[in-house]
Design a protein around this ligand. Structure first.
Ligand SMILES: [Zn+2]
Length: 115
């Protein structure tokens, strides 16, 4: 089978963002391999992590996209290894890690709908 001949892709980015805020607080970064927030215990990225990431990457939304896509890859690998029979669906993983909208466009204004 050809999959045995393919190499493994390299590791994704280190999940070290968002930075702690305030400076000495526990950062809202993921706790691996469960991918829950180390500060509040919610699934990562928690609402606070999303807010801090948006702020930290305000001038580099493409960089945030690349970071989140890399972590989506890392989280998918971890969670499928952790529980291969009941891992989250790929669409749910995408929505959780990438689709929450740091770069979402506003919906188009319908014709005649601009008041
Ligand atoms: Zn958190």
């Amino acid at each position: 089978m050809i999959s045995h001949q393919l190499g493994q892709p390299p590791d994704g980015p280190t999940p070290d963002r968002p930075r702690p805020y305030p400076l000495h607080a526990t950062p809202h970064t993921p706790l691996r391999p469960m991918w829950c927030c180390r500060a509040c215990g919610q699934p990562w990225p928690c609402p606070t992590a999303r807010l801090l990431l948006r702020s930290e990457y305000e001038d580099n939304r493409i960089g945030l996209s690349i970071y989140l896509c890399g972590l989506l890859y890392e989280a998918t690998r971890d969670l499928y290894r952790l529980n291969p029979n009941d891992a989250p669906a790929p669409a749910d993983m995408f929505a959780r890690f990438v689709g929450w909208g740091p770069y979402r466009r506003h919906p188009p204004v319908p014709p005649g709908g601009d008041c």
